[in-house]
Design a protein. Structure first.
Length: 210
């Protein structure tokens, strides 16, 4: 991460009319509030066309970033996304209104997308609203105390993957449900999907008898 650019100066430099503009990319981590787990990540870039950075495809979407700094109070960042497809709003409606989503803001040089980013900042959505075709987020510093360490709990008998998620579970068959076990009547083995089981069956469980 460059120490010469801040989010504020990066926004000022993000002029598409320049020879090598700086592009602001967003990785919006959709968090399920009931499990506090990452469901998926939405990749957006403030640009006129999609870009590929670090092997990820960022879709072009208009959005505005406003930084507010008042004396005696912590600076805040307001993110307003023009959501004509309602893709962001649909995820907000499904997962707790958007509060708790994680936003990684990355500033890249459009002239050389193979070089490291100029700026990487991580935020947590502390306030959210949606109206018409606009999704609005109020961003605060990511709360490290709310994160699960380690990211995955090591359980023996309960799969942690989201059923039919192509990046984790990987099941594409015709069965509609899964009981999230390995050997259960409707578990991974019954789906012929044991290799993608999202738990740790080799864990030894010790029973302490008093």
């Amino acid at each position: 991460m460059s120490k010469s650019l801040s989010v504020a100066t990066a926004i000022e430099k993000n002029q598409l009319g320049s020879a090598t503009p700086f592009l602001v990319c967003l990785d919006i981590g959709v968090i399920d509030p009931t499990t506090a787990q990452l469901v998926e990540t939405v990749y957006l870039v403030r640009n006129s066309e999609e870009i590929v950075f670090n092997g990820l495809t960022y879709m072009p979407v208009p959005f505005d970033i406003e930084l507010k700094s008042e004396s005696g109070s912590q600076s805040s960042v307001n993110l307003s996304i023009r959501d004509t497809s309602r893709a962001v709003q649909a995820r907000m409606q499904q997962y707790g209104g958007g509060v708790g989503f994680r936003v990684k803001m990355t500033v890249v040089n459009a002239g050389n997308l193979t070089q490291p980013p100029e700026v990487v900042e991580n935020f947590e959505v502390v306030g959210a609203d949606a109206s018409d075709y606009t999704a609005s987020f109020r961003l605060g510093a990511e709360n490290v105390l709310s994160q699960t360490f380690p990211r995955r709990r090591q359980t023996k008998d309960f799969c942690q993957w989201r059923y039919k998620d192509l990046n984790t579970c990987g099941y594409i068959g015709g069965l509609e449900t899964c009981d999230l076990t390995l050997q259960g009547p409707n578990g991974c083995a019954a789906h012929n999907n044991s290799r993608n089981y999202g738990a740790f069956p080799g864990i030894n469980v010790r029973v302490i008898v008093s």
